[in-house]
Design a protein around this ligand. Structure first.
Ligand code: AMP
Length: 326
């Protein structure tokens, strides 16, 4: 269904010659895939426009999709439509220069705690922001063009943010839109190999993780990955952070958490759950995100213990008040 916001986005795109596309800091597959995908579609459709991806950090994990960023001076921003994708709050936008743009569009699927921007298109039920870009393309496909590069980027975002189409946010529309992208010619065999083949060291790290992980009384599985561990297995912080997924299918453990020590001594928290809502816990620890996948930061062991205790309490309450969760 074409919403009023989608129509306004199309009008704004047509109105501006310069378009600046932004995403969140510490990007994941969805942030990179959705922004690169839209950028490619707009460049193909409107060759006369100057469309640039303008972000201040980079993800090794999705580097196979090609280079991301362009450069721009302040004049460019001052005359550009800014489009921010996959970013719930303005403090998480990778490039602070988005503030120079005279008009700003927010396209997102996170809980809309801050509806920043002039046009806000947020659909919290969507499995990824990339799914929304696929929907946007589908809605305007009479005038918009797509190619394999754009389709691959968008498909990558859909695959990664939906846990390979397993999460409950995946709907019939998700799969129909994914099918549309496959018809453009995405090579899924190569894509899945790029996304999910892991280095030998990562497997060694995985076995270490299984030895080290702990579980609370009510079933919260958690793991602390300090700098020493990352060094021992020669892992980047991105690779170390992936350990949260190693704990994702422990029976009875409906919440699992990875704590990853950063170089500045702060600790990145990755919270995941089945059925139980965890984003409210994340919000109390300088974070946020989705009901069942959130991120936060803790600054001490004391704060880490307090967060684990809150998660344990939430899980206890959930199990006491719900039947048949497994
Ligand atoms: P992560 O564990 O970093 O993959 O984050 C899981 C989800 O929570 C993603 O959708 C992130 O965009 C979101 N998220 C992570 N950190 C924060 C934060 N500090 N504030 C708001 N949302 C966050």
């Amino acid at each position: 269904m074409i919403t009023e916001q989608m129509k306004s986005i199309l009008e704004a795109i047509k109105e501006y010659k310069n378009i600046a596309i932004f995403r969140h800091k510490r990007p994941d597959g969805d942030a990179v895939g959705s922004t690169k995908g839209l950028c490619e579609i707009l460049r193909l459709t409107y060759p006369e426009k100057d469309v640039r991806l303008l972000n201040c950090d980079y993800a090794e994990y999705t580097s196979f999709l090609g280079g991301e960023d362009s450069e721009a001076d302040d004049e460019f921003y001052k005359n550009a439509l800014g489009i921010v994708i996959d970013t719930g709050t303005s403090d998480r936008i990778s490039n602070p220069k988005y503030k120079l743009c005279p008009k700003l569009v927010k396209i997102d699927h996170h809980i809309n705690v801050e509806p920043y921007g002039d046009i806000v298109w947020v659909e919290e039920h969507r499995s990824s922001a990339s799914e929304m870009i696929a929907e946007l393309y589908h809605s305007f496909s009479d005038e918009w063009k797509i190619n394999v590069t754009a389709a691959t980027c968008i498909y990558t975002g859909m695959v990664t943010d939906s846990g390979r189409f397993r999460f409950s946010s995946v709907s019939g529309d998700t799969l129909r839109l994914a099918g549309m992208l496959l018809d453009v010619g995405v090579d899924t065999e190569v894509l899945f190999a790029r996304l999910y083949m892991k280095g030998f060291n990562t497997f060694k790290f995985q076995s270490y993780v299984y030895k080290k992980m702990k579980i609370t009384e009510n079933g919260v599985a958690y793991l602390y990955v300090d700098k020493g561990m990352q060094k021992k297995f020669a892992l980047s912080s991105e690779e170390a952070s992936a350990c949260v997924s190693y704990m994702d299918s422990i029976k009875d453990s409906l919440i699992w958490i990875a704590f990853i020590e950063g170089s500045d001594k702060t600790v990145r928290v990755r919270l995941r759950s089945r059925f139980v809502t965890v984003n409210e816990i994340a919000q109390r620890y300088h974070g946020g995100g989705h009901a069942c996948a959130s991120g936060a930061t803790v600054y001490s062991k004391k704060e880490m213990k307090a967060l684990i205790a809150e998660a344990d309490k939430a899980l206890k309450e959930y199990k006491e008040t719900h039947e048949g969760w497994l």
